[in-house]
Design a protein around this ligand. Structure first.
Ligand SMILES: [Zn+2]
Length: 322
């Protein structure tokens, strides 16, 4: 699809979009937004618009970030990212919120200057729920059992790759959410990944959602309320995003599941982490077809490999040259 997008840009006679005297920053609803052309210059990307349609592109090397005015639904190399705020259009120019510039665009395009390079040896996997907290349930699959099965298999793969892997639970017991965070912080883990299944009253809903902590000053993806609260985990917003993104991308590559996007939430297990963290909703138990896939050992294996590859790609990426 990357090639297709590049071709689309060429065929559409795309033009490099100039700044043309527009302000570098504008303030809307008390929030700072930066001109997309200036953003492109800061990130060292090209900035294009297809002559057909509203889609705009930031592109560098093989990477393409696409967006549309007044929407927060972004794509990076065709992986869906739901930004904190819609891109705003003013006087014919597009503007990114500084929140999205700093926690999405910079980590993707200027990784080495934007994320913290930290050691990655010790991984905490957190199988969601347990004990009397069953989590979501389908006809056969119960979330607490599924998350443990997936965590145990993922841990095996990662250990073979040389990582130290700890689980917040190894059996069917309830661990309070704050104890899961305390466990990872006390263990001085290098990253934390929480594993869950989704459920919806809409039985057609399916696919994978990957979450990182909502940045301060933004609203979570599923909520409208903007909160300025800065949680301890917000110290690592660019890393949190990149971890969730790499996990999401690798899971989609492995499973070809419906892409519901990298999202934000102030989940209790993410708020107080001292290390980068992400929470994965790997499928909907409320969707009969997806539940059948999730009950299949071969599919669980693909999910486990996807998570392992996502972690390895994140590891490579924070030490890469980009
Ligand atoms: Zn859950």
């Amino acid at each position: 699809m990357r090639k297709l997008e590049a071709l689309l840009i060429l065929l559409a006679g795309a033009c490099c979009l100039a700044l043309a005297g527009a302000p570098v920053n504008v303030i809307l609803n008390g929030r700072v937004y930066r001109h997309a052309g200036v953003t492109a210059r800061e990130l060292g990307t090209g900035f294009f618009r297809s002559s057909s349609g509203e889609t705009l592109y930031l592109a560098k090397d093989k990477d393409t970030f696409s967006f549309e005015p007044e929407k927060a639904d972004f794509r990076f190399n065709n992986v869906r990212i739901i930004g904190s705020f819609p891109v705003r259009r003013r006087s014919g120019s597009s503007y990114f919120s500084l929140v999205d510039l700093n926690t999405v665009l910079r980590p993707l395009f200027t990784t080495s200057q934007s994320v913290r390079r930290h050691p990655l040896r010790k991984i905490v996997l957190d199988p969601g729920h347990g004990g009397f907290d069953r989590g979501a349930a389908g006809r056969r699959v119960i979330e607490k059992n599924f998350s443990l099965r997936l965590a145990l298999r993922t841990a095996e793969i990662l250990r073979r790759c040389g990582y130290t892997v700890l689980l917040t639970r190894n059996s069917d017991r309830l661990i309070p959410l704050n104890s899961r965070v305390a466990f990872a912080n006390t263990a001085r883990a290098d990253i934390f990944v929480s594993l869950h299944c989704n459920a919806s009253t809409d039985r057609r809903a399916d696919g994978i959602e990957s979450y990182c902590l909502t940045p301060a000053g933004a609203a979570s993806t599923n909520q409208k309320r903007i909160s300025a609260v800065k949680c301890p985990g917000n110290k690592l917003d660019p890393n949190n995003f990149l971890l969730a993104f790499e996990l999401h991308r690798a899971l989609l590559n492995r499973t070809r599941a419906n892409d519901r996007g990298v999202r934000r939430s102030r989940f209790a297990v993410l708020r107080d982490l001292n290390m980068p963290g992400a929470l994965l909703e790997v499928g909907f138990l409320s969707n009969p077809g997806e539940e059948t896939r999730l009950s299949n050992a071969a599919y669980v294996e693909q999910l486990a490999r996807g998570i392992a590859v996502g972690i390895i790609n994140y590891h490579r990426r924070i030490y890469g040259k980009r």
